[in-house]
Design a protein around this ligand. Structure first.
Ligand SMILES: *[C@@H]1O[C@H](CO)[C@@H](O)[C@H](O)[C@H]1NC(C)=O
Ligand SMILES: *[C@@H]1O[C@H](CO)[C@@H](O)[C@H](O)[C@H]1NC(C)=O
Ligand SMILES: *[C@@H]1O[C@H](CO)[C@@H](O)[C@H](O)[C@H]1NC(C)=O
Ligand SMILES: *[C@@H]1O[C@H](CO)[C@@H](O)[C@H](O)[C@H]1NC(C)=O
Ligand SMILES: *[C@@H]1O[C@H](CO)[C@@H](O)[C@H](O)[C@H]1NC(C)=O
Ligand SMILES: *[C@@H]1O[C@H](CO)[C@@H](O)[C@H](O)[C@H]1NC(C)=O
Length: 384
């Protein structure tokens, strides 16, 4: 027993020595708390800081500075942090980013500048961060994007500039975004789509897979339907996912017909009254279709007949009162069908015929009085 406690004591001593050595090698600003081997993580968030604290370890890989009172980022603010992979600066009061602020962050992959007051980016704002892959500038005060703002970050994969006032998205900007796979332009003026009428504005973002254009605003407060020019989605061979929620669309924009590989489209919260048989590119690879909260008065059966790969269909909150026989006959892969709050009163016997794969059927919020005998025998027994 006695020898056992000596061992524990030895171990304790070794640990004290090791921790002391680590402390010496890796400083941590007193206002922050740092964790991880050689202080890989520095947490300086929620500290009321009005400047970037001095003395951050050059070993830091993840630096958190969100929820402070930073207003200005001076050139060289992060110099020496050559190991840094992630930097979070959201929810500050940043208005000014000096050219060269991020210089020296040669390893940086993710930069989060959302929820600040940034109104200007220059050709050199992102100088010295050549490996940046994810950039968020969401919820700032940007009114335009100059041609060369992203010219120093050629490896960018994800860009979020949602919730700004961007009225111009010049094709010249796209030239520097050729590796971007995910782009979020939601909650900006719809005007940004109108700049180019003949060439697709996103055409040079050739790697684009996921595009979000939700809740675009009209400049004239008419609250009218968002106009999506015919060429908008031209030249995007890899685009599989598109969001057009909350744009007051009365029909599916014909521009989407150029998207050959579209697999997911979300059109929730629009005013779509009908869906036509040729509204999607044919042949269609569409798997997921969200049309909830629109003004459909019937199941778009002829359009569904052109969507053989559909697995998930959401039609909730549309004033659809009946389901015609075999409405989903051409969609044998459907696993999820949602028809909640659609004003259905009766379901005919053949309504769900052919849905052998259905795993989830949502009919809540309807005033169902009649479900014809046998209707559920056509669907997967898992349906409750
Ligand atoms: C350090 O900060 C992190 C993140 O805010 C927190 O989870 C952790 O509890 C903090 N540790 C100390 C010792 O304050
Ligand atoms: C910024 O870059 C763009 C495109 O590379 C160029 O056309 C423009 O003149 C540059 N602006 C300044 C101020 O250097
Ligand atoms: C498009 O996707 C394919 C398959 O994932 C990929 O090989 C190709 O590089 C992508 N094209 C571009 C321009 O990124
Ligand atoms: C629901 O259906 C009834 C008839 O079945 C119709 O009178 C009513 O207007 C419909 N409600 C809506 C919101 O469409
Ligand atoms: C789709 O249905 C499956 C059951 O097959 C369920 O587990 C899943 O939550 C559903 N997904 C959605 C998004 O409703
Ligand atoms: C359902 O029917 C009841 C009784 O007829 C009626 O009071 C109620 O408003 C109806 N609800 C809907 C959502 O139509």
């Amino acid at each position: 027993m006695a020898s056992g406690s000596i061992h524990r004591c030895d171990l304790h001593l070794i640990m004290v020595v090791t921790v002391t050595v680590l402390r010496t090698c890796a400083p941590c600003p007193s206002v922050c708390n740092c964790t991880g081997t050689f202080y890989g993580n520095a947490y300086c968030n929620h500290k009321n800081l009005d400047r970037v604290p001095a003395g951050i370890s050059t070993n830091t890989r993840f630096l958190r500075l969100e929820y402070n009172r930073l207003t200005r980022l001076p050139a060289g603010a992060f110099s020496g942090l050559s190991q840094l992979l992630r930097l979070t600066l959201y929810n500050n009061l940043i208005t000014e980013i000096e050219d060269g602020t991020f210089s020296g962050l040669v390893a940086l992959k993710k930069l989060h500048l959302g929820s600040n007051n940034i109104n200007l980016l220059t050709n050199n704002t992102f100088q010295g961060v050549p490996n940046l892959e994810e950039l968020s500038l969401s919820n700032n005060r940007l009114l335009s994007l100059g041609n060369g703002v992203f010219n120093q970050i050629p490896n960018l994969l994800e860009l979020d500039v949602s919730h700004n006032g961007i009225r111009e998205f010049p094709t010249e900007v796209s030239k520097y975004l050729s590796n971007v796979q995910v782009l979020d332009l939601s909650s900006n003026p719809a005007q940004l789509l109108l700049i180019q009428n003949t060439v697709g504005i996103f055409k040079q973002i050739v790697a684009l897979q996921y595009l979000k254009l939700n809740k675009l605003s009209e400049v004239s407060n008419t609250a009218g339907e968002i106009r999506i020019p015919e060429s908008t989605f031209d030249g995007l061979p890899n685009l599989t996912n598109l969001e057009l929620n909350g744009n007051r669309l009365s029909k599916i924009p014909s521009a989407i017909k150029s998207l050959k590989n579209l697999k997911y489209i979300s059109l929730h919260m629009n005013s779509i009254q009908s869906v036509g048989a040729d509204d999607f590119h044919q042949p269609s690879l569409l798997e997921i279709l969200l049309l909830d909260k629109n003004k459909l008065v019937e199941i778009p059966a002829s359009a569904l007949a052109q969507l053989p790969h559909l697995t998930k269909l959401y039609l909730d909150f549309n004033p659809i009162s009946t389901i015609p026989a075999r409405a989903f006959w051409h969609n044998p892969r459907l696993t999820n069908l949602s028809l909640a709050y659609t004003n259905l009163t009766t379901i005919q016997e053949d309504a769900f015929s052919g849905l052998d794969q259905l795993g989830s059927l949502n009919l809540q919020g309807n005033n169902l009085t009649t479900i014809k005998g046998g209707v559920m025998t056509h669907v997967n027994p898992k349906v409750s």
